[in-house]
Ligand binder design. Structure first.
Ligand code: SF4
Length: 327
């Protein structure tokens, strides 16, 4: 492991000062420490931020929900306000990682999760994300688990987070604070970056910026939602495909639909064509099938992952049926 120093920030000011000098923030450490052990990540200075006051889940004035960056995944999954209002988030969290990891990992850290591409974690393989300009071993290698949406000729790795798929579906935002204490808020779909020609840059963060919370906007009620994850085994595995669905149905008509997919994109993949096909329609098995057919628009399968195209459509259709029923 590369040698490093670690300092514990006692408050936000101290943390931001250390972050502004190039320190890497660490809380649960469930991704970063793994990557440091494998020498994929080699930070010189870590800044422990666990003492910062970012541990709360609060209702916003307009009826949305703000989840502090240091709320643990397990805490968020069990929180009554999240379970009651946004089951899609609780379910996505409960289907992530292992119970041990969920007890350690934080919501902010989840937004900073790095890809599970095996070549990224193998320091002997060419990887533009780990070392820009070296190439992409996955393009001509074994790419069964890789992305079919949002890829570039530089990188085809999927985004690993289940939570981010649920948040993208609900059009959540990420709150950030800079070393000069400047604050800004970015939609999660802009916060997480597609690889393009700079796959090493995965989040729209400026140097030293700190995630303080994620916010789910107020959404129309009643809202039924849920998350489906399809994977090779039933626990501690990343998604081959997943679908986050939230539907606002009143008087037998779908008034609003929010749908995103995971396991298929280089970022959580919002599905506006599916949403548009649902809004204004009446729930039915035929509608779920027809709308889900739009899920695979724009896909570019690689040599080993063509099966994901059909699997994605079926995953979305299944989850529309689960959330929306058929009558
Ligand atoms: Fe690296 Fe991305 Fe290629 Fe994987 S897909 S080897 S992460 S550049």
């Amino acid at each position: 492991m590369h040698p490093f120093t670690i300092t514990k920030a006692s408050d936000t000011t101290e943390a931001l000062e250390a972050g502004g000098r190039g320190g890497r923030y660490i809380a649960g450490g469930t991704t970063l420490v793994d990557l440091m052990r494998e020498t994929v990540e080699r930070p010189d200075v870590l800044v422990d931020i666990t003492a910062l006051p970012l541990h709360d889940v609060d209702r916003t004035e307009d009826g949305g929900l703000r989840i502090g960056a240091l709320v643990r995944m397990a805490e968020a999954a069990a929180h009554p306000a999240i379970r009651d209002s946004y089951p899609v988030i609780s379910q996505a969290l409960e289907l992530s990682a292992s119970a041990q990891l969920r007890n350690m990992a934080t919501i902010g850290g989840n937004m900073m999760q790095r890809t599970r591409c095996t070549y990224f974690r193998d320091v002997t393989a060419d990887c533009n994300k780990r070392e820009p300009g070296t190439g992409c071993a996955a393009l001509n290698g074994f790419n069964r688990s890789h992305a079919i949406l949002g890829t570039s000729d530089q990188c085809v790795a999927t985004h690993p987070s289940d939570l981010a798929v649920a948040l993208a579906a609900l059009e959540a935002s990420v709150h950030l604070m800079a070393p000069d204490k400047g604050r800004r808020t970015i939609p999660i779909t802009d916060f997480l970056l597609q690889p393009g020609s700079t796959p090493d840059r995965e989040q729209a963060l400026q140097p030293g910026e700190l995630i303080t919370s994620v916010e789910i906007p107020a959404l129309p009620r009643p809202l039924k939602s849920g998350y489906l994850k399809v994977r090779d085994r039933q626990s501690y595995e990343f998604a081959l495909t997943s679908a986050a669905v939230a539907l606002h149905i009143r008087g037998g008509t779908i008034l609003d639909a929010k749908v995103a997919a995971g396991g298929v994109g280089t970022v959580p993949w919002k599905l506006p064509a599916v949403e548009q096909a649902l809004i204004g329609e009446h729930p039915s098995a035929r509608l779920w099938h027809k709308a889900a057919g739009h899920a695979a628009e724009g896909t570019h399968p690689l040599r080993h992952n063509g099966f994901k195209v059909e699997l994605l459509k079926r995953t979305v259709e299944q989850q529309l049926r689960t959330v929306g029923g058929t009558s």
